[in-house]
Design a protein around this ligand. Structure first.
Ligand code: GFB
Length: 321
């Protein structure tokens, strides 16, 4: 299959000014690494202390002053199932403010191209699997992450609407569950994979009899290494300029119990795995249909075992705060 029309109209050059919103996060930092490795030398970043992205006036002033050519919108309030479920107002408010301010300022200041990052939780809880892009808004959302999903759906619709009304080259990408360097290891707010790695390391050190996981262990999830995600975002920035968002994933999923066994094996913990059904399972399954990005010419390349092993190598000496 050929690339979509409109490709390469906006070719990022090595000296193009590129703003990466959220550069301290797992996704943003992977984007910075990826672009720097490719020789991009004019990358603009701001910490949240320097620029509060929820502040419209501050964001407008920043875009007026810096006038970036390209924007990767990876800034977001993120977390695992528990953080999404508990901090519902913050997940809705912060994410709506961040994306609305950036997308509107990008339009006003004449950004050449913007890539907005969403999440697989935008799909209806009971959508058929694998999740095709066209299933968006075809059913009810999963309760635990409904505020986050609503914010991310609004971001998709902003990009679509600014494209259709103003002709802005704003695209959206929906990654599956991510992991990699710079992840959050706080057991209350993290996603499942960093939580499992931390729990297994601690259990191994303490010679514990078991590790407890949340929920029943039966939900299925798909995991993508963030370096693969960064490569996919770069690919889309160069090669895709259409209204419809694009799924990014591996196209393979496993149960949380199987994931726990894999982490246990990699880390070498000898004890048992116990489930805790009093904690929520969330969506039963969210497997991305990745045929669109595969047909465009991009495929994930880091296997789950290799990816987890590399994260484990990086953090095994870490002391937990
Ligand atoms: O990764 P996770 O927090 O988020 O949880 P979601 C995935 C599954 O792992 C759930 C189970 O079924 C959890 O119950 N799990 C087992 C655990 N043990 C643990 C643990 O120790 N910690 C955590 N965190 N989970 C999030 C959404 O959903 O995924 C966001 O809330 C976002 O909106 C993100 O889309 C990618 O996959 O359930």
């Amino acid at each position: 299959m050929g690339l979509q029309s409109g490709m390469n109209l906006n070719k990022m050059e090595s000296n193009s000014k590129i703003y990466i919103a959220g550069h301290r996060g797992m996704v943003g930092s992977a984007l910075v690494r990826n672009l720097e490795n490719k020789g991009y030398s004019n990358i603009v970043v701001k910490t949240s202390a320097e620029l509060d992205l929820r502040n419209q006036a501050a964001v407008n002033a920043f875009f007026e002053f810096e006038r970036p050519d390209y924007v990767f919108l990876a800034a977001a309030k993120v977390g695992g199932i528990n953080a999404n479920n508990v901090y519902r107002a913050e997940f809705l408010y912060d994410n709506l403010m961040i994306e609305t301010n950036i997308i509107h300022a990008a339009y006003k200041s004449g950004v050449k191209k913007l890539l907005f990052l969403g999440s697989s939780c935008i799909y209806p809880k009971m959508a058929p699997q694998p999740l095709k892009e066209e299933y968006l808004l075809s059913g009810y959302l999963e309760y635990t992450n409904e505020p986050y999903a609503i914010a991310k759906i609004a971001g998709i619709k902003l990009c679509e609407s600014y494209r259709s009304q103003y002709g802005c080259d704003f695209i959206s990408a929906m990654p599956t569950n991510l992991y990699g360097p710079n992840d959050n290891y706080d057991l209350k707010s993290s996603h499942v994979l960093p939580a499992l790695i931390r729990k297994m390391i601690t259990a191994k050190e303490e010679n514990a009899e078991f590790v407890e996981i949340w929920g029943t262990g039966s939900p299925k999830r798909e995991f993508l290494h963030v370096n693969d995600l960064a490569e996919a975002c770069y690919f889309l920035m160069l090669n895709y300029s259409e209204e419809q968002f694009v799924n990014i994933g591996t196209g393979e999923d496993i149960t949380i119990y199987e994931l726990t066994e894999l982490v246990k094996d990699i880390i070498g913990f000898q004890g048992e795995i116990k489930t805790n059904p009093s904690m929520p399972d969330g969506t039963p399954r969210k497997l991305m249909d990745v045929s669109k990005i595969n047909n465009l010419g991009w495929k994930a390349s880091i296997s789950l075992r290799d990816g987890i092993a590399s994260v484990y190598e990086e953090i095994k000496e870490k002391t937990w705060a």
